[in-house]
Design a protein around this ligand. Structure first.
Ligand SMILES: N[C@@H](CCC(=O)N[C@@H](CS)C(=O)NCC(=O)O)C(=O)O
Length: 193
């Protein structure tokens, strides 16, 4: 089901209590909000969070920071997998968000040894940053070499490739998101159908 053209009239009202996605319906329960869904999944499947207490605490902190923060990045660089945007200038707030993400990723990769943020296994914390991975690609955001390798690793995952391929063939457009994508730059390539 596509998003409504205008976010005030969400098409998901009636399906999701907030009118927003994701919203999971399972075993007679409705679980809305990405973090609550991830916690539910972690109760069903071991390994979603790291088994090691320090890595788990770090991963939870980083995922929570992503869940509630980075508003400038979200508004100046809305997720749009299929386009490449040349930003006119790197706004101070955007630079601060990107620098913080870079520092956070470096901390995780250095502390827990990679190749994922909290160690050897892909987990919820990596999933939380997946939309940022696509934003880095779409808006050419500059990161340190180690964080950039993490971006490449994430982009090569079959799940990310499938997400990307499906995004490219999506024909439906939300005008609000299209306008936001070019509010601070111009589209230099468009790989969408
Ligand atoms: N805090 C919520 C945020 C959910 C959210 O903002 N979802 C957006 C898409 S990313 C949405 O459904 N927007 C409805 C719309 O644009 O019509 C979560 O993490 O699940």
């Amino acid at each position: 089901m596509p998003f409504a053209a205008n976010s005030q009239q969400s098409t998901f009202k009636g399906l999701s209590p907030t009118g927003k996605v994701p919203c999971l319906e399972t075993n007679g329960m409705l679980i809305w909000d990405s973090l609550a869904i991830c916690e539910y999944l972690a109760e069903q499947y071991p390994g979603c969070w790291s088994a090691e207490v320090t890595a788990r605490a770090w991963a939870r902190s980083a995922a929570a920071e992503m869940h509630s923060g980075f508003q400038t990045l979200r508004s100046l660089c809305p997720m749009n997998c299929g386009i490449r945007v040349a930003l006119e200038k790197i706004d101070e707030g955007l630079r601060a968000d990107v620098d913080r993400i870079d520092a956070l990723w470096l901390e995780g990769l250095n502390k827990f040894g990679g190749p994922y943020l909290a160690g050897k296994e892909y987990g919820i914390v990596d999933a939380f940053f997946a939309p940022v991975i696509f934003r880095v690609q779409s808006y050419g955001l500059q990161l340190s070499p180690r964080s950039q390798s993490y971006v490449e690793r994430m982009l090569s995952l079959p799940s990310m490739q499938r997400w990307y391929a499906e995004a490219l063939v999506e024909t439906w457009r939300k005008p609000e998101y299209e306008q936001a994508a070019v509010a601070h730059g111009k589209i230099v390539r468009d790989f969408r159908v």
